[in-house]
Design a binder for this molecule. Structure first.
Ligand code: NCD
Length: 649
């Protein structure tokens, strides 16, 4: 029996242009065979599994139909809510298990980069049937196949992409492919639904490709619309749309207006919008009027489907409407992909050159991806974020690119893992950072506090002064404990949550003081504001820390902008519904950027922004141990990074 090689199709970029041509040639054959009723058995004995964690009609059914048509068999979990995923099984475990039941797995998943994770863990090939808002490569194969059949070519075509270009994964894969085949793109997004930067940067960096964006109104209006579409010959794939107001000197190289070859309309991806944005998000109806402009006479109308309210039914009878043909192409094109995988047992070298190596972070903390829909934020403890240096050539900004979802993380503070020094990143450090990457000694931090909590010292600091000594800290803790007891009617409903690490130490001290006075030992938890969804850990007692119905006192050492508290509140709300949340801080610096006011304050100390307040507490020394350094709070000024950082060696 034929077996498939481990050839994953996660991105349309995993297939070379030549490979796509081969697949299309096979699709032509299968389309003809389907037409004439000639059966195929080339996949006899093979089993395909379809794992769909999101709804699907076309993609799953056409994949399954394709496999049946090739004589293969299909096992399916169309609703992963009815599978072990509902019990909390990880994606990695599921695909490893299913690999024992099938020779090929087709996955659709709500998280960006999920298909890549599946490919890393499954020994059998994975085909991405849509991962969050990232990519949907086989839809692009169908789109290109129909577009080429209708227009006879792809090179030089002009395609208007309309709709939700931000979350539309079919659009992202299509952009990469159109750029590669030398077609021109005009982006026509719904308000706020522009093509994401990471997609634009990718085609710019890898294909030297750019395209312009126009508003729907411009597109619709005769004056600023398609009659004014120009190609600039200096850069063949650069498209600009000039309105009547555009000064003439801005278009010296303009050639006669180009015709539009296709509209690719997409629905608003409502399920990927936050609740609050859903009501406001707008869409535009694409109807027959859009085809009446002279430049659009020959344009075909495409849509990956399903349509909701953005594509008028009146277009269905227009011969230029090809969306049902796109959907129908799903079978021969997916048959062709499977057949092609059967023919190509040897995986050739990856087509896209890996420009930057994966970064290795030896020291804690591991940076996390900024994209809340990134698979690394959801797939629990086994999946570690992975980054490369971003493609940007700007040496004044340090950005890392997530390997799973491709979003960029801007880094403000960097450190050297052996020297244990941190710096605010600037252009002068770029060369050093490259060197630290090569040595594997780069550390990155979201804040100064995170750097210091991780045991890093500033590269240089100004003179420091003590603002609280051990006795003053003890007195402040006492005052806070007394206030909490006076405030909280029922001490048994109280629970303390300390922000790691000094907030946690303070929370434990407050608990001791409260217990001494009331006899009630409140549950206590540690909260890691950099820890994502699994941020709260019970400190002791074994049982899961329960926030529901409790009066939570959130404890931190210093409050400044309020950013940490905001993150901590989000983590608490993830965990449950407390009756009340109060905030206790040892020091209030008063530089609030957010409307947050602590309920209990040890001391208010107005400080300059460039100053750093550092609370130094130690755990109580056990009997027989040497005396630890006394508790103290110090203030020092941060000296920004210098031209020449001292050699970390
Ligand atoms: C698309 C998808 O799921 O991304 N549908 C499809 O596969 N044909 C488009 C969409 O849902 O809007």
């Amino acid at each position: 029996m034929a077996r498939l090689a481990k050839y994953d199709v996660i991105s349309i970029e995993d297939l070379s242009t030549g490979e796509i041509e081969q697949i299309f040639a096979l699709a032509d054959k299968f389309a003809a065979a389907l037409e004439s009723g000639t059966p195929s058995a080339i996949a006899a004995g093979l089993i395909m599994a379809t794992l769909f964690y999101e709804p699907s009609t076309r993609t799953r059914l056409s994949f399954e139909s394709a496999m049946h048509r090739l004589g293969g068999a299909v096992i399916s979990s169309a609703d992963m809510q009815a599978s072990s995923a509902a019990k909390g099984e990880s994606l990695a475990d599921t695909v490893r298990v299913v690999s024992a039941y099938a020779d090929l797995i087709v996955v659709r998943h709500p998280y960006d980069g999920a298909a890549r994770v599946a490919a890393e863990y499954a020994p059998v090939p994975i085909i991405n049937a849509g991962d969050g808002s990232r990519e949907h490569p086989t839809q692009t194969l169908c789109d290109l196949y129909i577009l080429r059949r209708k227009k006879g070519r792809l090179k030089g075509l002009t395609v208007a992409l309309c709709g939700d270009l931000k979350f539309g994964r079919t659009v992202h894969s299509l952009i990469y492919a159109l750029a590669r085949f030398g077609a021109n793109i005009v982006a026509v997004p719904y308000g706020g639904m522009n093509v994401p930067d990471y997609v634009l940067e990718r085609v710019a960096a890898e294909r030297n490709y750019n395209f312009s964006t126009v508003s729907i109104d411009e597109l619709k209006s005769q004056a600023g619309g398609l009659d004014a579409l120009y190609l600039t010959p200096s850069a063949p794939h650069q498209m600009a749309l000039f309105t009547g107001e555009m000064p003439l000197e801005r278009m010296p190289s303009a050639r006669p207006p180009a015709a539009l070859d296709a509209f690719y309309v997409t629905r608003l991806q409502r399920e990927r919008l936050a609740e609050k944005d859903r009501a406001q998000a707008g869409f535009a109806l694409f109807d027959a009027r859009a085809l009446r402009t002279s430049r659009a006479q020959e344009a075909v109308v495409m849509h990956p489907l399903p349509r909701t309210d953005e594509l008028a039914y009146e277009l269905d009878s227009d011969p230029r409407a090809v969306y049902f043909e796109q959907a129908a192409a799903g079978v021969p094109v997916r048959m062709a992909l499977i057949a092609w995988m059967l023919e190509h047992r040897e995986r050739p070298a990856a087509p896209a050159a890996r420009i930057e190596p994966t970064l290795v972070f030896k020291g804690e903390p591991e940076p996390r991806c900024v994209n809340p829909a990134c698979v690394t934020r959801h797939e629990g403890p086994y999946l570690h974020p992975r980054f490369r240096l971003a493609r940007s050539a700007n040496r004044a900004l340090l950005s890392l690119r997530c390997e799973y979802c491709e979003r960029e993380l801007r880094v403000e503070f960097v450190g050297h893992a052996t020297a244990r020094r941190y710096y605010r990143f600037d252009e002068n450090l770029y060369g050093y950072v490259r060197q630290w990457i090569d040595e594997g000694s780069l550390a990155v931090f979201e804040t100064v506090k995170q750097a210091e909590e991780s045991g890093y010292e500033p590269y240089r600091r100004g003179p420091q002064r003590e603002i609280m000594n051990a006795a003053e800290i003890a007195a402040a803790c006492n005052t806070i404990a007394v206030q909490i007891i006076a405030d909280v009617a029922d001490p048994t409903a109280l629970a303390l949550v300390g922000v790691i690490s000094h907030g946690t130490m303070l929370a434990l001290r407050l608990r001791g003081l409260i217990e001494a006075q009331t006899g009630v030992r409140a549950p206590c938890a540690a909260l890691d504001v950099y820890g994502g969804d699994t941020a709260i850990h019970t400190i002791e007692g074994g049982a899961d820390f329960d926030v529901n119905g409790r009066t939570i006192v959130l404890v931190d050492d210093v409050i400044n902008s309020g950013w940490t508290v905001q993150r901590a509140m989000t983590a608490l709300w993830h965990r449950g519904r407390p009756a009340a949340v109060k905030l206790a801080v040892l020091i209030d610096r008063g530089h609030r950027a957010l409307p947050i006011r602590p309920n209990y304050v040890g001391r208010s100390i107005p400080t300059a922004r460039a100053e750093r307040v550092q609370v130094r507490l130690g755990p109580a020394a056990a009997a027989g141990e040497p005396r630890r350094a006394p508790d103290r709070v110090v203030v020092y000024s941060l000296v920004e990074s210098l031209k020449e950082p001292e050699s970390p060696a």
